[in-house]
Design a protein around this ligand. Structure first.
Ligand code: ATP
Ligand code: MG
Ligand code: FE
Length: 350
């Protein structure tokens, strides 16, 4: 089975060709970073126009790299949400047009399900598993019971963790997107233990997250140190922020593992996904936790943590081989929680 995947939900335009034998035949990602950098964040209107301009060419490139024509495809999968509506429309309409023209099945993939199932593309991971979804718009702990079957154990009560990285990067004068820049600055720190930051919700019951207090603490330090921040101050603060986030995540994951084990004594795995899962300090911290808890730890390769279309093609394959596809009347969903019982969160996608 060969599936073309399309991803356009944020500021990466991406196309990929993946097989059900878990072979990534092509995986092309075009970052719109330069288009958005002057504004310090993603501008939805600019993103939608850029997707429109580049998507056709990227699909052609992915197909050429994979050595396949439309006639070789079994289905077309595109991100159907959640995300910026203009971009999602571009991807969904393109996929529908190809599907209609070539008589191919169309699969609308939940972007978060793409992140959630990536580990099954890159590693031998069976259901059920415990998932930490740590991305630009989300921070959730979920039990993945199967394709389309998610049970949420916890979520952030304020900022998503990627958002916290991005806002902290801004406070430190590091630019956008913040995650990789904070990680690089932290690696340069000469005194990483210099600042002690609060660790929101650590030690408390439950599996929820909170990051806004952490960000405020960074702001207070920046104000006390005074502008302009020296390189050493900036790097030490970045290191403090990063290690605190890793500690908070590990504490919340430990609680989720206890609940997961109680429900699934036969085993499972701790899986991490989403852009923040590319963070090496976080990965190392979660590996230690998983070792201690006797669970395998699975983290996809870095480039498949951040947004890409291979994960969309793969989630499409997972659904398609269960007999699922979507009608061409599918309407893009700017909000689309993974857990159907999840209460809608005001002001945030998904
Ligand atoms: P969502 O998947 O929730 O809809 P998104 O698609 O915008 O949001 P992703 O592409 O999955 O998010 O992740 C992007 C986020 O990951 C950004 O906030 C970015 O700063 C963060 N990120 C990327 N690399 C790293 C890293 N090495 N360390 C920490 N954070 C990182
Ligand atoms: Mg992005
Ligand atoms: Fe994402």
């Amino acid at each position: 089975m060969i599936v073309l995947g399309i991803e356009t939900s944020c500021d990466e335009t991406a196309a990929a060709v993946v097989t059900d034998a878990r072979e990534i035949r092509a995986d092309v990602v075009l970052s719109q970073l330069d288009d958005h950098t002057p504004y310090g964040g993603v501008v939805p209107e600019i993103a939608a126009r850029a997707h429109l301009e580049h998507l056709d060419g990227l699909i052609r490139r992915a197909m050429a790299e994979a050595g396949v024509g439309f006639g070789d495809l079994d289905a077309i999968a595109a991100t159907g949400g959640p995300g910026l509506i203009g971009g999602v429309i571009v991807g969904v309409m393109t996929a529908k047009a190809i599907a209609a023209a070539r008589g191919l099945p169309f699969i609308a993939v939940n972007h978060l399900e793409g992140h959630a199932l990536t580990a099954r593309l890159t590693n031998d991971v069976a259901f059920p598993y415990l998932l930490l979804l740590a991305s630009g718009g989300h921070c959730q702990l979920l039990v993945v019971e199967g394709v389309g079957r998610y049970r949420r154990l916890g979520t952030t009560i304020d900022d998503a963790v990627g958002e916290a990285f991005d806002k902290t990067a801004k406070l430190l004068g590091l630019g956008y997107p913040g995650g990789p820049l904070v990680e690089q600055a932290a690696a340069r720190a000469t005194n990483p233990g210099r600042f002690a930051l609060p660790r929101p919700l650590v030690g408390r019951p439950g599996c929820d997250f909170s990051f806004s207090g952490l960000k405020t603490a960074v702001r207070r330090h920046v104000e006390e140190l005074g502008a302009p921040l020296s390189d050493a101050d900036r790097d030490d603060l970045a290191a403090a922020f990063q290690s605190t986030v890793a500690e908070v995540m590990a504490d919340r994951c430990a609680r989720a593992i206890a609940r997961f084990k109680a429900d699934h004594p036969q085993g499972g795995a701790l899986v991490v996904a989403g852009g923040v899962a590319a963070n090496k300090t976080l990965r190392a911290r979660l590996q230690i936790l998983a070792d201690r808890e006797g669970l395998p730890f699975v983290a996809p390769p870095l480039r498949l943590c951040t947004d890409n279309a291979a994960m969309i093609a793969w989630a499409g394959i997972e659904r398609f081989r269960l007999g699922e596809s979507d009608p061409l009347t599918f309407a893009p969903r700017p909000r689309w929680p993974l857990d159907p019982t999840a209460a809608p969160v005001i002001g945030r996608a998904g």
